[in-house]
Each structure stands twice: as C-alpha cells, then as structure tokens.
Design a binder for this molecule. Structure first.
Ligand SMILES: [Zn+2]
Length: 459
C-alpha cells in the first residue's frame, strides 16, 4: 500500500549516493507509485504536489540499507546466552534453530524485522535459516521489508546439525523453493539457492544449485572462508584454494555472493574479480569473533579490484545487533586500526557498502541503492535533533562516525512509509517482546541449551 504520492520537502541534506555522489542541501524528493520521480533542491521542486508531505528540515535522507548476510530465525529469543569465551557456538546454534516451532520462528522473525526496519534496513538476505517460510511470509509482508531467502541445503557430513539431504533431493528442493517463492510480495521477495558452504556440499550439489539459479535468473549465496590451513586442505583435492575450487566448478559469477570471505589471498581476490563474484562481509561479527581482521580481512583489496561488497550483521548472536550504521562504522574503523592507516575505508566508502554497492552485490543495483529519479523509493530519514548529530558540517561523517540506528526517524520502502516518526505500525512491540522472551525460556528448556550463569552475581 504505497502512499499514492509522497514528498519529503526541505530536507536538511539528501545524501543521494547517486552517480555523482551529490549531497543536496535543502533538498526535496518526490515519490510517485513507489518510485522516486524527482530529486533536487527544494526550490526546484516547489511546484511538486503530493498526497503527503514530510517536513524534512531536521532530517538527513539516505538510501535504504542492505543487509547482505543476516540469519533471521532462531537467535532473538536466546540472544546473549553465549558467553564471550564460548569459542564457536555453532553446534548449539543449529540445535536451537532446528528446535524452533513454526509459531516461534514467526515471532522471532517478526522481532528481527522490527529491529532491522527501525534501524533503516530495507532489504535483508537470510542465508537459508528460515524453516517455515509460509508462516514468516506474513511477517515479511506486514513489515514491508525486501527479503532474499532460500532453502539451506547440504549433502555432506557437517560438525553441526545442518539440514542434510541426498544430493538430488537437495537440488530438487532448491529449484522448487525458487519456483515457489521468487518474485512474491510484489517483487519484494527474491528466492536464491543457499547451499551452506563448499565444505558441507558436494561439488555436484554446488553445480546443480548454480545451474538452478542460472536457469531461473536468480542468485546463490554460501558461507566462505579461507586461510593457509583451508588452502592446504583444498590443495589436497587439486585446487589452490576454496575460491579457486569454486571457480573451477563454475559456481562463481556475478550472481554469486560469498559470505564472510575472510583469510583470502591475492589469487583468490583475482578469482573473485575475474568472475565478477560479490561478497558479503560482516565486520562486527569478525571483530567480536576475534577473526583477526588485520591478518584475514581484505576488504580494501576487494574494493580496489571492483568486487561488489555488501555488509552483513550475521546472526543476532554474532554481531549481535542488526544496525547497519554500526556495521558501516565498524567497517570504516577496523581497517584503519588493522592497517595502522587512517586512509583505509573512508566514511563515504562505508556508506556506499551499506547502500549502492551493497544493493549491487545483491543484484539489485539497477533499481535500488541510491536516491535517484527512476529508482524504487527506499529511503531512510535520520533525525538530526539529537546530540550525536551535533554539530553538522559533513553529514556522511556524522552518520558513519557519530550516529547509529537510534536516530532513524522515518523509513520508506517501495514508496510505503514503514517507520513513521520512529514508530512502526505492523506489530505491538511490547507484546512481541514478552512473547519472544517466553520463546527463549521454552527453547532453552526443550533443548537443554541454557544461558550459563552470569559472570557477575545476579542477586
Ligand atoms: Zn552465516
């Protein structure tokens, strides 16, 4: 239900992230039938009438944010149960995920959507976590969010309880899922192939998944990690690295998104650039998970080679927040520190990753990612009447270094106002918080996975 027409008038700044990267002072945006029809100085749009006009005098407007790797589903009801020194909690993670009921997953997803949209995210890619898409469809619809989803498949042993099938069945499920879901919700929903990783899927399954998406014109994402140890293991199988293994199988290409992509070497970056493969990196997960961005993070080199990089928040038990502004901040600051070089990942680059470049990485770059006439109308308006926005000379710097998602005032997706003056209207948040807390209690009781005692006495 897009408002027939909407005007944001006299915006203090519009950070367009358009082809010229214009920042318009005292700007106006006209939205008609879900698309941006005009963007210019407010004076130039003085004649433009709309069914609704939002006073933008205190607002900084940006394109909507893209979360390129975000496990919706199990985590919100048990967010924070893993202590800092737990090591990898993946066994517990997949046990919890596998134990979710349909109704529990719906509520957990709804809460994730509330958090995402209130922090300015307009599109998320869930790498196949959702077990009950039929139930969650209502939540996606109500929230207005764009969702890229898929059926997580494996056909090999994994150290964790992942969904495992015979190769042919996994391929069939992948194709059937795409056929059922792709293009629903007026095109806001995209369905991709989501084999979990090259280690948990056979070469044959990876190739069948790639063929399924090529035939259907969609995309494929999988978890990807490298490093000296991984390269040695792949060399035992006749490839130089995980990346070159995937390239040799024909799995890389412009519609493939590799998630995390840590530990890659120069030859692997060449492979990604050569094949036009995209990457989704999760800077906060990498930092919190002690993944050694100094040694293992190659974002600057990927960008220098023209590889499209999206940012992700991973799971709410990894990052643990779903705030793309904080992810942009981390991307901008962690490479400066890791390389001891303040010129790394400037604020403008970080904002591109969250918007224009992130949209392109997810195959949506023609329609989304910038405030530009002709594109779908996905926008975030930040409230500058807050201490963290003072003083305001360069809105990109303020956004990436001072602000976070708490100043998201209004969010528009496909021309529909989904957050309006800090409020969403698709769910009663207080009731939802209570329901999700109870789901967390039930999940822990059912799985035996419990929050360990607090390090500090809880009296
Ligand atoms: Zn993941």
């Amino acid at each position: 239900m897009a408002t027939p027409s909407l005007k944001i008038d006299h915006a203090r700044y519009i950070i367009t992230v358009d082809a010229q990267r214009r920042i318009i002072r005292d700007g106006a945006i006209l939205i008609e039938h879900g698309r941006i029809s005009r963007v210019d100085r407010a004076a130039a749009l003085a004649d433009a009438r709309a069914d609704r006009v939002i006073d933008g005098r205190d607002l900084v407007v940006t394109p909507g944010f893209f979360n390129g790797h975000m496990h919706i589903s199990y985590a919100h009801p048990v967010r924070g149960i893993f202590p800092d020194d737990v090591g990898s909690p993946l066994k517990q993670v997949f046990t919890l995920q596998g134990a979710m009921t349909e109704e529990e997953e719906y509520h957990a997803s709804l809460l994730a959507l509330v958090e995402l949209v209130k922090n300015g995210t307009v599109c998320l890619l869930d790498p196949g976590s959702t077990k009950y898409p039929d139930a969650c469809l209502q939540a996606y619809d109500d929230s207005g969010m764009r969702v890229i989803m898929g059926d997580c498949v494996t056909d090999r042993d994994a150290p964790w309880p992942l969904p495992r099938y015979a190769t042919a069945e996994a391929a069939k499920r992948t194709a059937a899922f795409i056929d059922k879901w792709n293009g629903r919700l007026g095109g806001r929903l995209r369905a991709w192939a989501m084999p979990f990783s090259p280690e948990t899927c056979s070469a044959e399954l990876l190739q069948l998944c790639k063929r399924a998406v090529d035939e259907r014109g969609t995309g494929l994402t999988l978890h990807h990690g490298s490093g000296p140890q991984a390269r040695r293991e792949y060399q035992g199988r006749g490839a130089k690295s995980p990346t070159e293994y995937l390239e040799g199988l024909g799995v890389l290409g412009p519609t493939t998104v590799l998630a995390h992509a840590l530990g890659i070497d120069d030859a692997e970056i060449d492979s990604m650039a050569r094949t036009g493969t995209a990457v989704a990196m999760c800077p906060v997960t990498a930092a919190k998970g002690a993944r050694g961005v100094g040694a293992n993070g190659r974002m600057p080199e990927l960008l220098a080679r023209g590889v499209r990089v999206a940012l992700g928040c991973d799971s709410p038990n990894n990052s643990n927040h779903l705030d793309l502004v904080r992810s942009m901040n981390m991307a901008a600051i962690q490479y400066k520190d890791a390389r001891q070089d303040m010129a790394q990942i400037p604020a403008e680059t970080a904002l591109e990753l969250g918007t224009r470049v992130g949209a392109a990485a997810l195959g949506l770059g023609d329609e989304l990612g910038a405030v530009e006439a002709g594109r779908r109308a996905d926008l975030v308006c930040f409230d500058t009447q807050r201490p963290e926005w003072q003083a305001l000379w360069n809105p990109v710097s303020n956004l990436v270094y001072n602000a976070d998602g708490r100043s998201v005032h209004t969010v528009v997706i496909d021309g529909r106002v989904v957050v309006d003056g800090y409020r969403q209207t698709f769910v009663d948040e207080r009731k939802l918080y209570g329901a999700v807390q109870e789901i967390g209690e039930r999940l822990q009781a059912r799985t035996g996975i419990k929050a360990p005692p607090s390090r500090w006495p809880m009296v």
